[in-house]
Design a protein around this ligand. Structure first.
Ligand code: AMP
Length: 223
């Protein structure tokens, strides 16, 4: 089972991906997290990706496709996985289908109005140690500036600063939004409202997921 979380930056894909992982056991794979880890470690891949990320541009397809290709072959992905931030354009979507053609696919597009996205991105903080996501508006840490999970320092991502936010939204409209039509045509597309409390959004995500999972299981039983 391949669950693809689609939607603009700031819609809550990362947070909902973590919650799906906890609730259903499908590991969350975030290309953004994997790239940030590579940047932090100073690997050759991180060095190639860093400038693009800091400017809010997409990293080259070759790099992100290779990262995903390697990660989905890990044993924990055998039953399925949740993708957060991949694919971000049509060539990536096509590459994904080629590399894992057998997995049934569910796309959940989390939508939020533009002002909501900008407000959420500007208020986002992440743990510099474990990557846990916080938000000064809707999910504050217990102690200001400190991660509840591991005690690490909370920081603002370079690309969550106002000038870069604007560019990331532009790139989303130019490249990623085309995936809506693409997945609608494949009849795997579901849209949910990303506004409101995290738990409320999770209920909407879970309703789609459970209905789709039931359909797949019934299809499998019939075969
Ligand atoms: P995210 O954490 O998903 O917002 O991603 C942060 C940044 O990582 C993006 O602005 C891109 O520079 C890069 N990135 C993440 N995923 C992809 C992808 N699928 N294709 C290209 N660049 C990506």
């Amino acid at each position: 089972m391949r669950i693809i979380l689609l939607g603009p930056p700031g819609c809550g894909k990362g947070t909902q991906g973590d919650l799906i992982e906890k609730k259903y056991g499908f590991p969350k794979i975030s290309t953004g997290d994997l790239l940030r880890e590579a940047v932090q470690k100073g690997t050759p891949l991180g060095k190639k990706a860093e400038a693009f990320m800091n400017q809010g541009k997409l990293v080259s397809d070759g790099i992100v496709i290779a990262v995903i290709r390697e990660r989905i072959t890990d044993g924990d992905c055998r039953e399925g996985y949740v993708l957060d931030g991949f694919p971000r354009n049509i060539p990536q979507a096509q590459a994904l289908e080629e590399m894992d053609s057998k997995s049934p696919e569910i796309v959940i597009d989390i939508q939020l109005d533009e002002q909501g996205l900008v407000d959420r991105l500007a208020a986002r903080r992440i743990c510099s140690r474990c990557g846990a996501i916080y938000n000064l508006l809707v999910k504050e840490p217990e102690k200001p500036g400190i991660c509840d999970e591991c005690g690490g320092q909370l920081i603002q991502r370079e690309d969550d600063k106002p000038a870069v936010i604007k560019e990331r939204l532009r790139v989303y409209h130019e490249k990623t939004e085309k995936l809506i039509d693409y997945y609608q045509n494949k009849k795997v597309y579901n849209r949910i409202d990303g506004s409101g409390e995290i738990e409320r959004v999770l209920q909407r995500v879970s309703a789609v997921l459970e209905s789709e999972l039931t359909k797949f299981r019934e299809d499998e039983a019939r075969r």
